[in-house]
Write a protein that binds this ligand. Sequence first.
Ligand SMILES: Cc1ncc(COP(=O)(O)O)c(C=O)c1O
Length: 441
Amino acid sequence: MTEPVQYLISGDDAASITRSIERGVVRGELEPGEAIPSVRALARELGVSPSTVAAAYRDLRHRGVLVSHDRSRTVVAHRPPLAFRLAPEVPEGAVDLASGNPDPTLLPDLGPALASVGPVHRLYGDEPTVAALLDLARADLTADGVPTDHLAVVGGALDGIERVLEVHCRLGDRIAVEDPGYIGSLDLLRTLGLEPVPVAIDDEGPDPAALDAALQRGVEAVLVVPRAQNPTGAAITADRAATLRTLLAEHPDVLVIEDDHASWVSGAPYHRVVDDRARWTVVRSVAKSLGPDLRVALLAGDDETVTRVVGRQRLGTGWVSHLLQHLAATVWHLAATDGTLERATATYTARREALLTALAEHDLVAHGASGMNVWVPVVEEVPVVQGMAARGWAVQAGEPFRLDAPPAVRLTVASLPIDRAEAAAGDLAEVLGHRLGTRRG
Ligand SMILES: Cc1ncc(COP(=O)(O)O)c(C=O)c1O
């Protein structure tokens, strides 16, 4: 038997040790869960002081590359943010209930909108936002009670969230997030070196007691998804929103970020958690409603937040292409007036409800108050994903969405025909029954 080759960490100061470990993780030579040497052992090996190694480890812990389960043992994080996360596998011929995409047949036709976008060059220094898009955004947000005195256009919900976090947060800051929550946001926090603080949720949104506990512990920001919560489908109700606003009012300095990523096709009304507070933002993306490739997002917020986001954006991408903004505005206007958005919303709702009804008939507990996802608690995820794959369904394991939340699988119903819902539920019931059977046997 050959011995596994040990990755050799190198470096003579904290920065080079950090880079060496990152290199090992990126190349897969240091694997998730693998223990790295103790501070003293590595310091001895490299001939540097223990405080140098400790500084490198601390930095990597803050950035989510390493985790310490106790004082003596540090391991590569189970989901280090450096490696590119693999998309869920969809076996050949399987129905894709895993990838989380909108149904392409329910997205608006781009043809007429493309034809109407004027072939005009924009130059450096031009106004960064397109008036037609801002007008639509203003009307849309105002109808939901969101102040629009300060607005920006960013490259999608996640882009907006990243920019807001970047201008307000520092390495190691704690951010309250829903648990389970969107993989992209969790990975983003880790990549930025921010520490996610899990807040349990139910079908009506973040659990007030859990949010209160996170706020008492001390967090710099709270990130919530008001509807179409990914992965559970939770939608914040009017009552819950009022309770959360009251709680948050006791912490006036905390930044509140609302990620309204599915907005118009979420199938649930919007109830705002942000109030008249010092630091807040609502990001509303067109990705789910108009198509991921038209991804722009409208970002409303307080003066300082929006000004700093726009200032930082200028130093990077500069602005979101005017061609894209024009296209998004035109498609949005057409889709809102010709019934496309309404049809898509009704179809997603009908598909979600068909699956929930079918699962209930099999006595399976499932969540999906809004959006495109149904979240089904299970005892073990991997056998369920494999069992469903063997029956022709690709479903997503809940693990990457979870912090402290119990296991579950996510089924995206966006493209699930209503007349296949019963088959999907029946197969899931069978897979779960099999697991119970094997455990008893
Ligand atoms: C909760 C949540 N936020 C944000 C996004 C990404 O939005 P965007 O594509 O606009 O960045 C997703 C994508 O599925 C999501 O589920």
